[in-house]
Design a protein around this ligand. Structure first.
Ligand code: ADP
Ligand code: MG
Length: 454
């Protein structure tokens, strides 16, 4: 388990909020647990097995699903149940991704970067399969499984820059709209798969003797902060993006934060961090490049007590956003609700938060506007001349080594808006951009939290 802290857990912690980072420094941690003497070794997986797993229905993940095992520290039974729940969900998801990668044109899958990602998926499913074939029944098995999964999560850390590089190199063989279609599905599915894995790892860590959760009442349930304050995240992201601006442009834009600055809701902090960082980078870049760096960016937080849509609309959003093949007709959705019953809580009492980011950076030209949601589309270039593919490669070089978020480059990859929207839509939120060309841009980020959590 000490090994888990060194290899697997640290990279995950790096993307988690400051408030839980000190896990790694708890002196009495990790606990002395004997390791499973015969951990299942990875097996070769056949194409038939992949096809069989890929056809299994993939349920959308809700915030309520993620908190259903309870608040840490979890009882041994709850921990085993979380491990088996995780184990049931992951292999079909990985198998479906493998199938989608295989469906890309052969010359694209043969690209070394794309095939690296394909092999990572193959390795992950082969590693999990031996666990999948039997139930996890003891805490030792659960410990071994968690360690294995932490390694797998780490393996997939750099997927976004690697895929971006691969698709850039293959641009002759695949159209931008095909790339966007693939990445829309792939990156959304990845958000869910990582959440499922990270949630169990976090619950496991928080259930160990000496953990933060054991010492007092923590607002965290795994990766979910039940008392997340958007204002706090915004201030942290502002400090980070201002540093980038200072390095790039020599100026620090200013921010006015108003509205319901004390609002709290239950959400995944790393998702909000990613989205706000990307939206602030766009707003600050536009502000500085339009010569309006003295005009502050204004962020307003609004909190509404109830989710704005009906139950069926919320379900439809959830199914669409999470790439679950489904019948979206009214009858299909009603049947889905009836068959799944309470297993799919729809956050009907969820609090919804809307954040408006208003800049005076000149807005977005009408000919640019239709492209802003495409992966790889950017108007940024390092030498501020034209939008060439080399500029994208420069942006990639700047972020290689990071998980694709929190990059130290102000722009250039063209992933900020589409990936930010994927994160927002994952739990039924969204991003809308309103451009007042010649003046500035308003971006509305809406997010839904879970309702009351006991
Ligand atoms: P990147 O920032 O890497 O270019 P994004 O997906 O974040 O990629 O944004 C895509 C494009 O949308 C930007 O290059 C820019 O042209 C435009 N854009 C996004 N937000 C704004 C904004 N607030 N003001 C002006 N243009 C914007
Ligand atoms: Mg951007």
């Amino acid at each position: 388990m000490a090994d888990l802290l060194c290899r697997g857990w640290r990279p995950i912690l790096r993307v988690r909020s400051e408030r839980v980072r000190w896990y790694t420094s708890v002196a009495s941690f990790p606990p002395a647990v004997p390791t499973w003497s015969h951990p299942p070794s990875s097996t070769q997986i056949s194409d038939d097995e992949i096809n069989r797993l890929a056809t299994r229905p993939r349920r959308p993940v809700t915030l309520a699903d993620l908190v259903k095992h309870g608040r840490p520290p979890l009882s041994p039974d709850a921990l085993l149940s979380s491990a088996n729940y995780t184990l049931a969900l992951l292999p079909p998801r990985l198998a479906h991704r493998i199938q989608c990668l295989r469906n890309l044109p052969f010359i694209v899958v043969s690209n070394p970067h794309i095939s690296q990602i394909y092999n990572n998926y193959l390795h992950s499913i082969s590693t999990l399969l031996p666990y999948h074939k039997r139930h996890i029944t003891t805490l030792q098995e659960e410990e071994q499984f968690t360690e294995t999964m932490a390694d797998l999560v780490h393996t997939h850390n750099n997927t976004i820059p690697i895929l971006a590089r691969g698709f850039l190199e293959c641009r002759k063989y695949i159209t931008p709209s095909e790339v966007t279609k693939f990445l829309e599905q792939h990156l959304r599915a990845r958000i869910g798969t990582r959440l499922i894995a990270e949630q169990h790892i976090a619950l496991h860590m928080a259930s160990q003797p000496g953990s933060y959760e054991e010492k007092g009442v923590s607002p965290y349930i795994g990766v979910i902060d039940t008392a997340l304050r958007p204002a706090e995240i915004i201030r942290n992201c502002d400090a980070f993006v201002c540093e980038i601006c200072e390095l790039k442009y020599g100026v620090r834009p200013s921010l006015i934060l108003n509205g319901e600055v004390d609002a709290e809701f239950a959400h995944v902090p790393v998702h909000l961090e990613y989205i706000v960082t990307e939206l602030l980078k766009n707003a600050y870049r536009a502000t500085v490049e339009s010569g309006n760096e003295r005009k502050p960016v204004e962020i307003t937080i609004a909190a509404a007590p109830n989710a704005p849509h009906t139950k069926l609309e919320a379900l439809k959003n959830l199914l669409v956003s999470q790439d679950t093949s489904h019948d979206f007709s009214q009858e299909g959705l009603t049947e889905y609700c009836n068959t799944e019953g309470d297993a799919i809580p729809l956050n009907s009492a969820a609090q919804s938060i809307t954040i408006r980011i208003r800049d005076q950076g000149g807005g977005i030209a009408p000919d640019i506007l239709p492209n802003i949601w495409a992966f790889n589309f950017t108007t940024f270039s390092n030498n501020q001349t034209s939008n060439t593919d080399n500029d994208n490669i420069d942006a990639l070089n700047a972020i290689s080594g990071s998980g694709g978020g929190n990059s130290s480059s102000i722009a250039g990859l063209g992933y900020g808006l589409p990936l930010g929207r994927a994160y927002a839509e994952y739990f039924g939120g969204g991003i809308a951009v309103e451009s007042l060309y010649g003046f500035g841009t308003d971006v509305y980020l809406s997010l839904q939290g879970v309702g009351k959590i006991s």
